[in-house]
Each structure stands twice: as C-alpha cells, then as structure tokens.
Write a protein that binds this ligand. Structure first.
Ligand SMILES: C[S@@+](CC[C@H](N)C(=O)[O-])C[C@H]1O[C@@H](n2cnc3c(N)ncnc32)[C@H](O)[C@@H]1O
Length: 298
C-alpha cells in the first residue's frame, strides 16, 4: 500500500480533534491550522508550509509519530505548544513550558505593524514588557526595533528562567533586561516611552468555565481577582509614574474590558482594533494614567 498524502493525514487529524471537542486558542484558532502545525513539527516543515506540501507522501514512521501526538492532544487536552515545547509569536519561535502561558496575544500585530499614530518609531527608545512569561513580547519588540532597549518583568522565577533562554536564543541579551518584580515595583525610578502588558485578567469565577486546555497553564498567568482587573489598576497607577511625557501604556484586558470601561467612566480610553483578530486591548497616555492615579488616590 502506498504512503498516505499529507493532506489526508491533516484533514483526518482536524476532523478527529473537532469530533473530540478539542479547544483551539493556544497558538491557532481552528482545527485545520492546528493539524498543520502538528504536521510541520513532526515532518520538520516550515510552519507556513505551502499547498505543494499537501501532496507529499508521509512515511510510516512519521505517520506513527503524528498519530501519537494527535492522540496525546485529544486525550490530555494539553495545548500543542506544551506537547512539543515550542510556539510562535510575531513570526518568531519560542521555547515554552508549563511555567509560562502559551504566547497568543494580539499585541504581536501591533509590534509588527508599529505603534503609530500613538507613538512614532523615532520616539521609541525604551520599552518595558510587564508580565513577560516566555519573553515573547520583549523579544519581539527588541527583534523588530533594533535600537530599542527593553526591560521585561515577571513575578515568577521559572517564567523568567525560560524567558532568559528565549532572549539568548534570539541573541538579544544585550538589549533585553529581565527583572523579577511585582509589576513595575522594582522599576519605579525608570522612564519608558512604551509600557506593553498582557497581565493576568481572567475573573476568578470565569476560571471554572474555561476549556481544559487552560488548566495546563500557570494559574498566576491567568487569574486576577473578582473582576479580572486587580493587576491592571495597579499597573495604570504605576504607569503614571514610569511613562515619559509622550509615553503610552498599551495593555490587554480581554473579557475584563467591560469592567474597565465602566470603571474608567469619563476617562478617554482608546480601544485598539486588530486586523488579525483579538480585542480587549486599551491604550492610555501618561496624562490619562495620571488622572486615573489621582482619582484612585484616597
Ligand atoms: C497572561 S501572562 C502573559 C505572558 C506573556 N507576556 C504572553 O503574552 O504570552 C501574564 C504573566 O504575568 C505574570 N505575573 C502575574 N502576576 C504578576 C505580577 N504581580 N507582577 C509581574 N508579573 C506577574 C505571570 O507570571 C505571567 O507570566
């Protein structure tokens, strides 16, 4: 019997994952893309392999390995990134393990496309990534802005250890500084043109409703109090102090967006839009952060 074509294997895997109710959202958002990612890993193909690869025959040994990975994904519901130890963000490859969230923030699009009209590239000299996890945002910033100095903070020592591996793997240790800190606490004397953050923002009660895939991720990377905003408030207040006069804070709050909007009430907050999907990302300039901080100070 001849070897099956890649197209057959990929379609079958996608069908089986869908039938099993697998959740997609940790690096892909649909079954077919996830099956292609699986195939690219097993067959050592580029992640964006083209249609010509679909007609390739798949040798028996590769088919067995592919099937084993598929079974594991379906049976354990573990995100594929953890099963293979790597993921992609802003077109770059990152090592991941269970001490960090699987990279998936829509902030990747902003990093690649640029921050204009809010912050011209010429004014972007120092940035900080708050809650760096795998280091994906900090590394992508340093990669796409070759003159940029980047600080990257996290409270979690295991996350920082992995971020360090990723910073080194991308050859960026001279421009990305990793700091263990509770948000910007340890950097309160610094001044940044850009504060970029994807902090934990899942409301406590929502945790129980999330698909099993999220249970494999570190809780400290997801949960943030009753309304999901525990860390965001503190970050806005700290940003009032750490932003340069022309500086901006861009922060992802996902489903906590409505709560944030209600709380900010009269404050002019900009909600960013993304061509490649994603929402719940707001922008505040330094003056707005200062007004919010003043309003919250008793
Ligand atoms: C949603 S994850 C984002 C990880 C990464 N930036 C990304 O986009 O994939 C949030 C990160 O914030 C970190 N974190 C949680 N509480 C923190 C705190 N108080 N100060 C600094 N980092 C914190 C977690 O350890 C986790 O790595």
């Amino acid at each position: 019997m001849s070897d099956p074509q890649l197209a057959v294997l990929v379609q079958d895997a996608a069908d089986r994952m869908e039938a099993a109710g697998v959740f997609f959202g940790h690096g892909t958002d649909n079954a077919l893309d996830e099956a292609c990612w699986m195939a690219s890993h097993v067959l050592a193909l580029p992640p964006d392999f083209g249609p010509e690869a679909f007609s390739l025959p798949v040798a028996e040994a590769d088919r067995v390995r592919f099937d084993a990975l598929l079974q594991q994904r379906i049976q354990t519901r573990q995100p594929l990134a953890y099963l293979i130890g790597e993921s992609w963000f802003a077109g770059l490859k990152f090592r991941v393990n269970r001490s960090v969230l699987v990279p998936r923030s829509p902030l990747a699009e902003l990093i690649v496309e640029g921050f204009e009209p809010w912050l011209p590239a010429s004014r972007l000299r120092r940035a900080v990534d708050v809650g760096t996890g795998s280091g994906c945002i900090a590394v992508a910033l340093a990669h796409y802005y070759p003159a940029l100095e980047v600080d990257a903070v996290d409270l979690s020592a295991p996350a920082l250890a992995l971020a360090n591996e990723n910073v080194r793997a991308h050859g960026l240790a001279d421009r990305v500084r990793l700091v263990q800190s509770d948000l910007l606490e340890a950097l309160s004397d610094q001044s940044y043109d850009l504060i970029l953050a994807n902090p934990p923002y899942v409301p406590e009660a929502s945790m129980k409703t999330l698909p099993p895939e999220f249970g494999w991720e570190p809780r400290c990377g997801l949960v943030a109090g009753e309304d999901g905003l525990d860390l965001v408030w503190r970050l806005v207040v700290q940003s009032a102090q750490c932003l340069a006069p022309h500086g901006i804070l861009i922060c992802e709050v996902g489903e906590a967006a409505a709560a944030l909007d209600a709380w900010l009430a009269d404050e002019a907050v900009t909600w960013l839009e993304f061509a490649h999907g994603g929402d719940g990302v707001f922008l505040l300039d330094r003056d707005a952060c200062r007004r919010v901080a003043a309003a919250r100070t008793p």
